[in-house]
Design a protein around this ligand. Structure first.
Ligand code: AMP
Ligand code: MG
Length: 319
């Protein structure tokens, strides 16, 4: 089996980070001001610190392209925040010190190269704060190809009724889900077109992260008759991989026509879906470009499907 050490290390890192996120979310006071984003800040940086620390120890030569850097945390006014982050990190890594935590976060500022990790320490920060969905997303990319993807979805409930999953995929070896609390490993397979009850369509909760009018029109055109299921974060990829939806559409928002997608928002999710038999491209059917930069400058929108309906979706989008 390929990528065994990478896989085991990445799973362990994501599980540790997911625990921190869950702990931070548990401690959010019920009367948190709507504008107060501090819990997600703490969880975001804490998650990146832990994952970078774990990866750096085992793979000191593989750069990590992560979403966060410690610049704002190193300012005088952020002392309380970094202390808080360190306290949460210490629940997982008891010896952690403030300076180390800052350095671990910055280890995640690597650049895109022939072999690198890409990390979104909390994807779906708005969902995290709303007590909805979020994901910890980590992928290993070699020569532009995603080889390994780990997607931790601590708050995701699947049709079985269980909550808290980690999705794992290695190139050529299939896609699997495990319960975050341990237990069985299940091989994943995308949904077939005749499984009517699961032939659903997922999109973002945040209307500005897509074009919901067009997304819904396209879903209808390819035969999806039910309303969309709106979910934050790359948990949407997990849902498609698990065969609980046939389509995830993310079309450019009319409000932000020049928006470019980040590689860490898609790499882990994409391999999880592809290894379950699905397909992922941009809205023109072009493969997502993970080789060039942290932004996918030459791609527009993202189309994720069970594979079977992919060509019809691309056709519907370009007519
Ligand atoms: P989701 O939870 O699927 O809506 O996606 C969350 C991600 O959306 C965040 O990680 C952001 O990087 C990304 N995002 C922010 N603004 C936009 C935008 N205008 N269009 C698409 N994605 C965006
Ligand atoms: Mg994100």
């Amino acid at each position: 089996m390929a990528y065994q050490l990478e896989k085991e290390t990445a799973i362990s890192a994501v599980i540790k980070a997911a625990k921190l996120c869950q702990q931070v979310r548990k401690d959010i006071p019920p009367a948190l001001e709507k504008q107060d984003k501090s819990p997600v800040t703490v969880a975001d940086f804490g998650s990146q610190a832990i994952i970078c620390k774990v990866l750096k120890e085992v793979f000191p030569d593989i750069p990590i392209v992560g979403e966060e850097d410690s610049k704002e945390l190193r300012q005088e006014t952020s002392q309380d925040t970094i202390k808080k982050i360190t306290t949460y990190v210490q629940e997982i890594i008891p010896s952690a010190k403030v300076d180390q935590v800052l350095d671990w976060i910055d280890y995640g500022n690597g650049t895109v190269s022939h072999r690198f990790w890409t990390l979104d320490p909390i994807d779906g920060t708005k969902g995290f704060l709303r007590q909805d969905q979020y994901a910890v997303a980590l992928a290993l990319i070699e020569d532009g190809e995603v080889k390994l993807g780990i997607l931790g979805c601590p708050a995701l409930t699947l049709d079985s009724g269980d909550t808290g999953f980690i999705f794992v995929a290695v190139k050529g070896e299939g896609s699997y889900k495990m319960s975050l609390s341990g237990g069985d490993i299940t091989k994943l397979q995308v949904v077939s077109n005749d499984d009517i009850s699961r032939f659903r369509f997922v999109e973002s909760v945040e209307a500005n992260h897509g074009d919901q009018i067009q997304q819904n029109a396209i879903a209808k055109k390819v035969g999806i008759t039910t309303d969309s299921v709106r979910v934050d974060s790359q948990a949407k990829y997990g849902i498609v991989a698990a065969g609980e939806a046939a389509l995830y559409l993310r079309l450019p928002s009319p409000k932000y026509p020049n928006y470019r997608e980040n590689i860490w928002d898609h790499a882990a999710g994409a391999i999880v879906v592809e290894e379950a038999g699905g397909k992922v491209t941009d809205m023109y059917g072009k493969p997502l470009d993970f080789a060039t930069a942290s932004k996918m400058n030459d791609n527009r929108g993202v189309v994720v499907s069970n594979g079977l309906i992919h060509d019809s979706v691309i056709q519907a989008l370009n007519n």
